[in-house]
Design a protein around this ligand. Structure first.
Ligand code: CDP
Ligand code: CDP
Length: 219
């Protein structure tokens, strides 16, 4: 039997991965997995359980037992809608700290692979093409200049009614880029086989078109 096809989109924070991946999934009628949400949910569940972000074994247990449900526009943790809660600054920083633990990554590996269902999966994260779906048909490293990413995140927060300013966002992006790229397990890195997509000067639509065109060539 033919393996279910996967489009893996990896890249740094606020590059537009999630937006582009979700639209590509809609265009193809495929499933979508936001893998970063699983790390964010682990950080949130840990916070609620009073587990600190340096307790690798306790975090791995929490990751393995996450009671999560995704539907078209919400994420649920133990029956409670948490889409907004997992996007807070504290949880964003926590997610990148819990994600550095090998036992946490191992606990989430199998769960991520369950999303690979016919007719196909589009997924975004840091290690989708390198670790979780190494046999993905199409691998993309989606990025943008850090100043552009900070501006996008700023705009996104404002649109969602949150107060924000550029400088702390820029600092947070730089710190997370550094931590995500330097960690020994599954670091954020452009692999040789991934197509580089710099969206600094592209609209979302142009980025989606690019991914679909590359995918068309890959099948
Ligand atoms: O949306 P943004 O790119 O800011 O973050 P995210 O994709 O939701 O991921 C949150 C954090 O989870 C990242 O900073 C990474 O440390 C971690 N992560 C990871 O390690 N591996 C993945 N496949 C996805 C996210
Ligand atoms: O998933 P990731 O953190 O990489 O980024 P995102 O949350 O999908 O995108 C961050 C913001 O950038 C969103 O508000 C997108 O609408 C916006 N964006 C953009 O303005 N232009 C693009 N070419 C891509 C994304």
């Amino acid at each position: 039997t033919q393996a279910v096809p996967v489009i893996a989109i990896d890249g740094p924070s606020a590059s537009g991965k999630g937006t582009v991946a979700a639209r590509v999934a809609t265009a193809l009628g495929w499933h979508y997995l936001d893998s970063g949400a699983l790390y964010r949910l682990t950080a949130l569940a840990a916070q609620r359980a009073g587990v600190t972000w340096d307790d690798e074994q306790a975090l791995a247990v929490i990751a393995a037992r996450l009671n999560v449900r995704f539907d078209s526009d919400s994420v649920w943790l133990a029956g409670e809608p948490v889409s907004a809660a997992i996007r807070s600054e504290v949880i964003s920083a926590g997610a990148s700290q819990v994600a550095a633990w090998p036992a946490v990554r191992a606990a989430l590996l199998f769960r991520q692979r369950l999303f690979r269902r016919a007719p196909g999966l589009v997924t975004d994260g840091r290690d989708m093409g390198s670790v979780v779906f190494p046999d993905a048909q199409t691998k993309i490293f989606l990025t943008a200049r850090v100043e552009v990413r900070a501006q996008r995140r700023y705009q996104q927060l404002r649109e969602n009614g949150m107060s924000a300013s550029i400088q702390p966002i820029l600092q947070d992006l730089r710190e997370r880029d550094e931590r995500d790229s330097q960690r020994p397990v599954a670091p954020l890195r452009q692999s040789e086989e991934a197509c580089l997509l710099d969206t600094s000067d592209l609209t979302i639509e142009q980025a989606v078109e690019k991914v679909l065109a590359w995918h068309g060539e890959a099948v």
